[in-house]
Design a protein around this ligand. Structure first.
Ligand code: 5GP
Length: 191
């Protein structure tokens, strides 16, 4: 059967391991499928060793609003006081070229991309093994102050209640297992 490209929109609470899982999936797809990476724009400050144009494009609020007005952002959301958005043109081009694109984005972002791309997109929600484990992971990351962690945990509780709005829900007990599950979903949905 013919393989097509797919937008894989992954959401889940902060600290659940979305980024790590997405990177593992990309590594496993290397050489097998044509994978492309979408770099989001954000107004939050770089964390740790993050660099502009690598993890994100770091922009001011004003610059971000200009991008929205210019139609350069296909979807955006506000999370804990900062804007996060997906650049429109690169993503549309990757979709046209039949690439597999994994995006780690908010719930609203994933649902917006599903609405926009229809069958060319799949939405996956990742849950933690428990809230205790989520707290441990956020604290272990060690790049944020305690109040930021507390806000992320509170936000996580509300987010988890919306898991049912997604096509697939996966509990991330183990990065290797979760990334294998996502590979299966990609194989099924990109045919
Ligand atoms: P962080 O500050 O931890 O890098 O990201 C915070 C949240 O923003 C995460 O839930 C992440 O998935 C989300 N996010 C990152 N980029 C985008 C984007 O382009 N659009 C949307 N809607 N959310 C994003």
């Amino acid at each position: 059967m013919q393989e097509k490209g797919l937008i894989v929109a992954i959401s889940g609470p902060s600290g659940v391991g979305k980024g790590t899982v997405a990177a593992a999936v990309e590594a496993k797809l290397d050489g097998i499928r044509d994978v492309a990476h979408s770099i989001s724009v954000t107004t939050r400050a770089p964390r740790g060793t993050e660099q502009d144009g690598v993890e994100y494009y770091f922009r001011s609020r004003e610059e971000f609003e200009d991008l929205i007005a210019a139609g350069e952002i296909i979807e955006y959301d506000e999370y804990l006081g900062n804007y996060y958005g997906t650049p429109a043109k690169p993503l549309a081009r990757m979709a046209e070229e039949g690439k597999i694109v994994l995006l780690d984005i908010t719930i609203e972002g994933s649902l917006a991309l599903k609405e926009y791309f229809g069958d060319d997109a799949v939405t996956i929600f990742i849950t933690p093994p428990s809230m205790e484990e989520l707290r441990r992971r956020l604290e272990g990351r060690n790049t944020e102050a305690g109040d930021v962690i507390a806000r992320r945990l509170k936000e996580a509780e509300t987010e988890i209640m919306r898991a049912e709005e997604f096509e697939y829900i996966l509990q991330n007990n183990d990065v290797d297992e979760t990334s294998d599950e996502i590979l299966k979903i990609i194989n099924k949905e990109s045919r």
